[in-house]
Design a protein around this ligand. Structure first.
Ligand code: NAI
Ligand code: UGA
Length: 481
């Protein structure tokens, strides 16, 4: 019986291995982590991450052929295939700070694998890593191999949060990169056999190691680039009276472009897009390719511009000051159907409004108050590093923030509402009731184009929707470029 172990029980390790265990009942799968609270949560009724469909998958196989454990070394020792799905955050200090991937956690996992192994293993890069990381990992493993054979494969993950289970059941492709030699290809075949339990062979792409590693960074960069393209267009739409939804539809019906991932927004968030593009920029620079680096830098610049532009629009529309005004923030997660707040655009928007002395009342259906306070008090890139390395900002600013448990409470007596996550429940709110309980004029700033602007205007709101023609109030306010 093949035994699989995955180091890192996070957003990727947990769901990926749960689906693998479900689809391969004859394989024993252990997900291990150094974080005891995380493993305890995986073994409880309240899983550590919110992901539609995940509870059901875990319930079906936990205790049968799926195990969660902090006994990292024992499971690595016993496994034939070891996935490594630890975090690979942006470095916060030293060489490449603010851009390069921090491989501390990966390196420590690799050293531990080398230390505890007594039999040959396939080691699979599941984390997103810089191209040619496998070479470094190979050196660490081989240096202490005691005659054991290690084969390194790159098998990047493409799931998106909120749809992880669906994506894992039915992936567009599974990518496996290995060495171009018989031992490497044997390892590729072994991993292909695992995925072939549920993924059609024609969707399993096998490449060399470096192509697989780079394809993951490239895929995220291309996806983020589409969003920055449509967001840059949204600014021009507002200036000219065009409607970004109509433009995106017209552009996306060209089959060469395609309709997906063209929704204008307050900016993209999530733990990976920015981190992976920064990593790509750093790799381009290290390879003496400044023009290529600058191209990708622009994707992040436009994203920052979009978040700033949104916050500036809020302030300028409300007579250029939000000082002392209550602003309701609806949605804090980086997208709907997840409780994840990593790099959410809400952090930037909230910080800017707090700096302008607004009082924020925040509601998100899935995000806990403790998480929101932590996010608003942490320095850039610190969230993905251990607590003792995090730099916490002055506590005082957070006095202006309160976190509440429903949208009606958040909006009561507010001057304005910012919709920052596209949760379905925001579409069906009783906006008449909300309007009655707000200070007038009452504003809605829709950063996700989820509310029905026509209806809201009929009720009496002044509505700003990203990339949509501006109503006369907003047109008359000073420019926010
Ligand atoms: N979150 C996502 O949707 C996606 C993430 N990725 C990539 O997958 C990787 C993991 O991402 P997430 O699951 O989101 O991270 P995460 O932070 O949720 O999980 C990583 C886990 O690794 C554990 N860990 C770190 N060092 C360890 C060690 N030496 N031994 C045992 N456990 C250790 C941490 O305690 C943590 O629980 C990253 O490289 C990310 O870029 C790829 C595709 C999607
Ligand atoms: O490497 C990763 O971590 C993953 O990153 C993204 O997945 P994820 O960040 O979970 O979620 P997305 O659906 O891609 O959304 C990212 C951000 O872009 C925003 N977005 C998305 C689509 C769109 O049209 N407009 C837009 O603003 C979302 O609201 C969100 O803030 C990719 O979609 C996954 O393929 C990849 O595996």
């Amino acid at each position: 019986m093949v035994k699989i172990c995955c180091i890192g029980a996070g957003y990727v390790g947990g769901p990926t291995m749960a689906v693998m265990a479900l689809k391969c009942p004859e394989i024993e799968v252990a997900v291990v982590d150094i974080s005891e609270p995380r493993i305890n949560a995986w073994n409880s009724d309240k899983l550590p991450i919110y992901e539609p469909g995940l509870d059901d998958v875990v319930k079906q196989c936990r205790g049968r052929n799926l195990f969660f454990s902090t006994d990292v070394e024992r499971h690595v020792f016993e496994s034939d295939i070891v996935f490594v799905s630890v975090n690979t955050p942006t470095k916060t200090q030293g060489l490449g700070a603010g851009k390069a991937a921090d491989l501390t956690y990966w390196e420590s996992a690799a050293r531990m694998i080398a230390d505890v192994s007594k039999s040959s293993k396939i080691v699979v890069e599941k984390s997103t890593v810089p191209v040619r990381t496998a070479e470094a990992i190979e050196k660490i493993l081989m240096h202490n191999s005691k005659g054991i054979e290690f084969q390194i494969l790159s098998n990047p993950e493409f799931l998106a949060e909120g749809t992880a289970i669906k994506d894992l059941y039915n992936p567009d492709r599974v990518l496996i990169g290995g060495r171009d030699n018989p031992a490497g290809q044997k390892a590729v075949k072994a991993l292909t056999d695992v995925y072939a339990h549920w993924v059609p062979l024609e969707r399993i792409i096998c490449t060399n190691l470096w192509s697989a590693e780079l394809s993951k960074l490239a895929a995220n960069a291309f996806l983020a680039q589409r969003i920055s393209s449509v967001n840059a267009m949204s600014a021009l739409c507002e200036a000219t009276g065009a409607d970004v939804t109509q433009v995106a539809h017209a552009v996306g019906t060209d089959t060469r472009i395609g309709p997906k991932f063209l929704n204008a927004s307050v900016g993209f968030g999530g733990s990976c897009f920015q981190k992976d593009i920064l990593n790509l920029i750093y790799i381009c620079e290290c390879n003496g390719l400044p023009e290529a680096a600058n191209y990708w830098k622009q994707v992040i610049k436009v994203n920052d511009y979009q978040k700033t532009r949104f916050a500036n629009r809020v302030v300028s529309s409300m007579f250029n000051t939000v000082s002392g005004k209550k602003i309701a923030i609806l949605g804090f997660a980086f997208k709907k159907d997840t409780g994840d707040t990593r790099e959410t655009p809400a952090i930037d928007v909230c910080n800017r409004l707090v700096a302008d002395m607004a009082k924020l009342s925040i509601y998100d259906p899935q995000v806990l108050e403790e998480q929101i306070r932590k996010d608003l008090s942490m320095a850039r890139f610190d969230w993905d590093h251990p607590a003792h390395l995090q730099k916490i900002k002055a506590e005082g600013m957070l006095e202006q923030v309160c976190v509440v448990s429903d949208a009606y409470e958040a909006t009561k007596d507010a001057h304005g509402i910012c919709v920052l996550t596209e949760w379905d429940e925001f579409k069906t709110l009783d906006f008449k009731r909300i309007f009655e309980n707000m200070c007038k004029p009452a504003f809605v700033f829709d950063g996700r184009n989820v509310v029905d602007a026509v209806k809201l205007r009929e009720i009496g709101f002044i509505v700003y929707s990203i990339g949509k023609p501006l109503d006369s109030w907003l047109k008359d306010m000073p420019s926010v470029a």
